[in-house]
Design a protein around this ligand. Structure first.
Ligand SMILES: [Zn+2]
Ligand SMILES: [Zn+2]
Length: 261
């Protein structure tokens, strides 16, 4: 059984938890840890978990909203950190690395087992040192998490096909971004090929996937200035041919509650 929940999603911090069980018991991993240490602990409690229940943190890239307290959390609670060498180097350069924390390097497309969870990192275009995103599986159900990607690629669409659950970046509405108050350089960075996906791009990516097994689709990393949950729900529902209420939203304040993949 594979279940998952979000502690928070958005530019103020991202953190998702996935849990699988086998004969050896439960394995739980966080994907990213971009909140403060206290906030992470508080939000884990909201989901009925304690920090010692977490086996590893999988890091996507070094941006603060993803890697904020990864090493503080890992050092405080003796948790393994899984990341690319490029991400580690970037975090070390920022002084965010703690000596003595257990780390495991991954590369895009190289699967690694963490207890009952099979972790599959995959490479994405984003303005970071060596960014990856993750598919996690209990050997049966597969959950894909994709945020912080500038443009979709054939490779990403292959990796995310035949998932049971997908948490998908829907960062901004194009009109709201370009008509909004951000400085021009920031608008160009967000909308560029190493920035973020807008709702239309996310819908197009979704339409390119084999969705035959997909039972959960959750819009994530929504900009609080340049997007609205209703637009995300309507846009993704049109692609899925389903009712907008069926589309989940990962919010900044609440993330989302446990779901079974
Ligand atoms: Zn981000
Ligand atoms: Zn980023």
């Amino acid at each position: 059984m594979l279940r998952f929940a979000s502690l928070a999603s958005g530019s103020q911090g991202n953190c998702l938890v996935a849990e699988a069980r086998d004969m050896g018991g439960a394995t739980r991993v966080l994907i990213d840890c971009g909140l403060s240490l206290r906030d992470t602990e508080r939000r884990l409690a909201r989901l009925g978990l304690e920090p010692r229940d977490i086996n590893a943190v999988l890091v996507t890239h070094e941006h603060g909203d993803h890697a904020g307290c990864v090493f503080d959390f890992a050092a405080a609670h003796n948790v393994l950190v899984v990341l690319t060498y490029g991400t580690l180097r970037a975090l070390r350069a920022e002084g965010k690395f703690h000596d003595g924390v257990r780390t495991q390097y991954v590369r895009g497309e190289q699967k690694v087992p963490i207890g009952a969870i099979e972790v599959c990192p995959f490479t994405v275009p984003h303005d970071a040192a060596e960014p990856v995103q993750y598919v996690v599986s209990d050997g049966n159900a597969r959950l894909g998490v994709l945020t912080d990607i500038g443009i979709s690629t054939r490779h990403v669409e292959q990796v995310l096909s035949r998932l049971d659950a997908l948490v998908l970046e829907c960062n901004y509405d194009r009109d709201m971004l370009w008509n909004g108050g951000y400085p021009r350089w920031l608008k160009e960075r967000i909308a560029g090929p190493f920035g973020h996906l807008d709702n239309q791009h996310s819908a197009r990516l979704l339409s390119a996937l084999d969705r035959s097994k997909l039972r959960h689709i959750i819009g994530a990393h929504l900009s609080q200035q340049n997007n609205k949950p209703e637009i995300v729900r309507d846009t993704l529902a049109r692609t899925m041919g389903c009712s907008p209420e069926w589309i989940g939203i990962a919010s900044q304040d609440d993330g989302f509650d446990w779901r079974e993949a």
